[in-house]
Each structure stands twice: as structure tokens, then as C-alpha cells.
Design a protein around this ligand. Structure first.
Ligand code: NAD
Length: 470
């Protein structure tokens, strides 16, 4: 027997499904009608997005402060600035990057010619996470528009203020024939994933990544999966520890550690650890002061669930900076925390930390550091600080990760000049700049051969003499 509550639930469920289906159908019809085909039209949408970003800067900045305690300047640098630069770069280069690449087909097929054309995929779905909710929602959108696709955007419900600010920006500044937003959580995403798309671009954790990949397989839809993992740092003996410490502290504690490429854990020899720790503490104090809870540029955990999860990973007996004493659940504040004497089977090494906690583990040297990286899942990025070319080269060839940064953290992903993405458990596919355009297009070879002279007649059967040819 169905109760009236069940019935109304089903009714609202149906209404939601109908609304989502309507959006997807509208975007698909618009793509089929050729709305997104012209490069000038794409550039116009990108320009509208750039203008929208400028016009809604206050709204977005306020939302980021609300969701993640991001300061205005941090938001300007790591969110709005990155997006704006991505728009400029892709707009500036779009015509050149889309120019068909010419190929020679060789003497066997002559006379003939060929070119590689980048054609739009169609109607795409972008599912975004909450940690850089403007950057990681709009950067893939830029690539999708540049590629000539229509787009359904699903911002993360875990950063609700930013989700709603993005929905506002899109509605106010972009053409609904190009881009539509569906806000919501698991229920909405599940319905979205039942629809047929031509590409699904997902950023988030590997568990949901698998749900997305499974749903995509049903329609044979390609996916780009931007996932996470535990990104290691190795600090070699003999490097400038003061600079290394600043770069590590900045990479770890920015956005309160909620960064997919944040250094997750640090390895060094006991001797280097002894000298490094004072530098790390000094660097943290220089950036966030003695009372980081009052620092303008120190963020907050996105919600209490994540606060509880990360606080539980802190072992106060091992903390040489921070710890749980000043943690404040109501304000979702966790101090910058550094732990030493951490063991490989401690809870903090069991999962991606995604919070302001840096565990330090002693290794015997680069050999052990490399072996430790190799025995775990392939990380999104790996970091090495060394003064030796040979060690750089060993990390580059003997470890596998989405990217490798030598002598810095984080900064290498803020530029459209480099492709960005994971490998293995940290994901598949890349974007940023030209790589984004490539992810959102199909590289189609177009080959042509004149009908006369019919040189192909050499390959028509019967194959007399084929034996000799081999
Ligand atoms: P999240 O919880 O916001 O999830 C991401 C998206 O998945 C959201 O839009 C959410 O609505 C959707 N989702 C959640 N559960 C779902 C379900 N059961 N079915 C369908 N959709 C569902 O974000 P998160 O996963 O907590 O983000 C953190 C993770 O993302 C970390 O592992 C981090 O390393 C990774 N990450 C990777 C990158 C990258 O660029 N590679 C960037 C940021 C974060």
C-alpha cells in the first residue's frame, strides 16, 4: 500500500527528473542546431563569462568566505584569478589551437592529403567538488565552451553558498542554449547520470568517481576523472630548508589543507627532519601568526563532518605544531598541525588527509622514499626538494604520479601552460589550457584522395604477387 507521503515523494521525484531531462534535451537540441559551432560564438560566450566573473566578483568572494573562510585575496589568487587567466589564455589561442593540423600520408597513398580536426563532442556534464568551488567548476566549463560543447554544470552542494552564486552567474551572464546549472546533491546527480552525455567531467573522490564511470559505461560516454590521493613530499639532505619549509607550509595550509594537490605527507632522513621542523614552525608562524584562528588568511574546514574526520587523525602526542587543544568545532577551525614520529600504519596514513595536518615520516634516504611512493596508489602529484640532478631524475623515472614538481608545491597547477590530471587512482584525462580543449573535443582525421589517377588499384584483389611483397 502506498501512503500519500510516498505518493507526493514520487511526484516530486518525477518533477525533478522531468526538469533535468528538459534541461538536457534543450542543451542537446541547441547543440544539434549548431549553436556552438562557430569559433566566434564560443569566444563571445567566453567573453560573457569573463564579464560575469568581474560583475559577480563580490557575490563569489562572499560565498567563498561563507563556505570555506577564504580571504578575499586568497580567493582572488586561487579561484577567480586562475579562472580569469584560463579564459584569457584559451581565448587568445583558440583559433590557432583549432586550426586543422596537416599531415602527409606518404608515398604509398599519394596523391592524398589529410588533416586533424578538433570537433566538439556534444552535450557535456561537469560535476564539481567543493574545495575550490569556483575554480574547479568554471575551469572545466571554459574548456567545454572553447571546444564547442553545450554544458550542464553540477556544482557541489557541500559548498552551498558558492553553488548558488555560480547558478546566479550562469543564469545572469551566459546563454541557456549553451550552459545550464543543476544544483543539488546525490539525488540530482543520480538522475543526471542516467542521462546520455557525450562527456562527463568529474572532479572529486575516487568512490564517486567509480559511480560516475559505471553510469557513463551504460551509454559508452567517455569520462575525465580528476581525483585525489596522498601526494608525497621528499626533502633530501643538503637542501635550503628555510625555503623548502616555506613552500611546503604554504602548499599544505592553504585552504586549510583542503587542496587536491596539497603535500599530504613528508618524508626525510631523521637528521633532515630534526633541522626541518623548526623551519616549518617558523614558516607557519610567519604566515599565520601565533594565533592562526585570528589570521585573516587562514581558512576553515568546509563542514563539521570534515572537521571531525580530520581532527580524529591528529595524535597530540606526536604534534610539534598545532594539535587539537585550540580546535573549535563551532567555527570549523583546525590549527596548522605538524606531527613527527608518524608510523606508516598510523590512521593519518590510511586516507587522503584533506585538512591542515602534516605527518612527517623518517626514511633512510631517496631509495626508501621512492620505494614507499611506489608501494602506494599513484598520487595526483609528487614533490621533491633536492640539490642533486640525479635524485630529480630518479623521481621522474622511478615514480609515477599525475605530475611531479621539483622545488615547489602547488604553483605548477595554477598555470594554463601545463596539462593537469591524475594517473591510476588519482584519475584519468587532463585539462588546463590546450589540454582542456583537447579533453573536450574529438581529434578527427579527415583524409582525402582525388579519384584520378586511381592509384589505389594496386591494392585491389586478386592479390597476385602478394607473397613476394612480404
Ligand atoms: P564532493 O563531496 O563535493 O563530491 C564531488 C561531487 O560528487 C559533488 O558534486 C557531489 O554532489 C557528487 N556526489 C557525491 N556523492 C555522489 C553520489 N553518491 N553519486 C553521485 N554524485 C555524487 O567532493 P569530494 O569528493 O569530497 O572532494 C574531495 C576529493 O576530491 C578529494 O579526494 C580531492 O583530492 C579530490 N579533488 C581532486 C581534484 C582534482 O582536480 N584532481 C580537485 C579537487 C578535489
Amino acid at each position: 500500500s502506498t501512503t500519500s507521503a510516498d505518493q507526493s515523494e514520487t511526484a516530486s521525484d518525477n518533477a525533478l527528473r522531468a526538469r533535468i531531462t528538459d534541461d538536457v534535451t534543450a542543451l542537446r537540441d541547441s547543440f544539434e542546431a549548431g549553436t556552438t559551432r562557430s569559433i566566434d560564438a564560443r569566444l563571445a560566450q567566453l567573453k560573457a563569462l569573463q564579464q560575469g566573473l568581474r560583475a559577480e566578483r563580490g557575490r563569489l568572494t562572499k560565498a567563498l568566505a561563507q563556505d570555506l573562510g577564504k580571504s578575499r585575496l586568497e580567493s582572488a589568487i586561487t579561484e577567480l584569478g586562475v579562472v580569469s587567466e584560463e579564459i584569457s589564455q584559451i581565448s587568445k589561442n583558440l583559433k590557432r589551437w583549432l586550426k586543422p593540423e596537416r599531415f602527409s600520408l606518404g608515398a604509398m597513398l599519394a596523391p592524398a592529403s589529410a588533416e586533424l580536426r578538433r570537433e566538439p563532442l556534444g552535450t557535456t556534464l561537469i560535476i564539481a567538488p567543493w574545495n575550490y568551488p569556483v575554480n574547479l567548476t568554471l575551469s572545466p566549463l571554459i574548456a567545454a565552451i572553447a571546444g564547442g560543447n553545450t554544458v550542464l554544470l553540477k556544482p557541489s552542494e557541500v559548498a552551498p553558498a558558492t553553488s548558488s552564486a555560480i547558478a546566479y552567474l550562469v543564469a545572469a551572464h551566459l546563454d541557456p542554449d549553451w550552459v545550464r546549472v543543476v544544483e543539488g546533491a546525490v539525488e540530482e546527480t543520480t538522475i543526471l547520470l542516467e542521462q546520455r552525455f557525450d562527456l562527463i567531467f568529474y572532479t572529486g573522490n575516487g568512490h564517486v568517481g567509480r559511480i560516475v564511470a559505471r553510469a557513463a559505461a551504460e551509454h559508452l560516454t567517455p569520462t575525465v576523472l580528476e581525483l585525489g590521493g596522498k601526494s608525497p613530499v621528499f626533502v633530501d639532505d643538503g637542501v635550503d630548508l628555510a625555503v623548502a619549509a616555506r613552500r611546503i607550509v604554504w602548499g599544505k595550509f592553504t585552504n586549510a589543507g583542503q587542496t587536491c594537490v596539497a603535500p599530504d605527507y613528508l618524508m626525510a632522513t631523521p637528521r633532515t627532519i630534526e633541522h626541518l621542523v623548526p623551519h616549518l614552525r617558523r614558516a607557519s608562524r610567519a604566515m599565520y601568526g601565533n594565533r592562526p584562528e585570528r589570521a585573516r588568511d587562514y581558512g576553515r574546514m568546509v563542514n563539521r563532518k570534515h572537521f571531525d574526520r580530520v581532527r580524529a587523525l591528529i595524535d597530540n602526542d606526536k604534534a610539534v605544531l598545532g594539535g587539537t587543544a585550540t580546535a573549535d568545532r563551532r567555527n570549523r577551525y583546525l590549527p596548522p598541525t605538524i606531527m613527527t614520529d608518524v608510523d606508516w600504519d598510523d590512521p593519518v596514513m590510511g586516507e587522503e588527509i584533506f585538512g591542515p595536518v602534516l605527518p612527517i615520516l623518517a626514511v633512510s634516504g631517496p631509495d626508501e622514499a621512492i620505494a614507499r611512493i611506489r608501494e602506494r596508489d599513484k598520487p595526483l602529484t609528487a614533490y621533491v626538494f633536492t640539490a642533486k640532478k640525479k635524485i630529480e631524475e630518479r623521481f621522474a623515472t622511478e615514480t609515477s604520479s599525475g605530475s611531479l614538481a621539483i622545488g615547489m608545491t602547488l604553483a605548477h597547477i595554477g598555470t594554463p601552460a601545463l596539462p593537469f590530471g591524475g594517473v591510476g587512482e588519482s584519475g584519468m584525462g587532463q585539462y588546463h589550457g590546450r589540454a582542456g580543449l583537447e579533453a573536450f573535443t574529438h581529434a578527427k582525421p579527415v583524409a582525402r584522395k582525388p579519384l584520378t589517377p586511381d592509384t589505389l588499384k594496386l591494392v585491389y584483389p586478386p592479390y597476385r604477387g602478394a607473397k613476394n611483397a612480404l
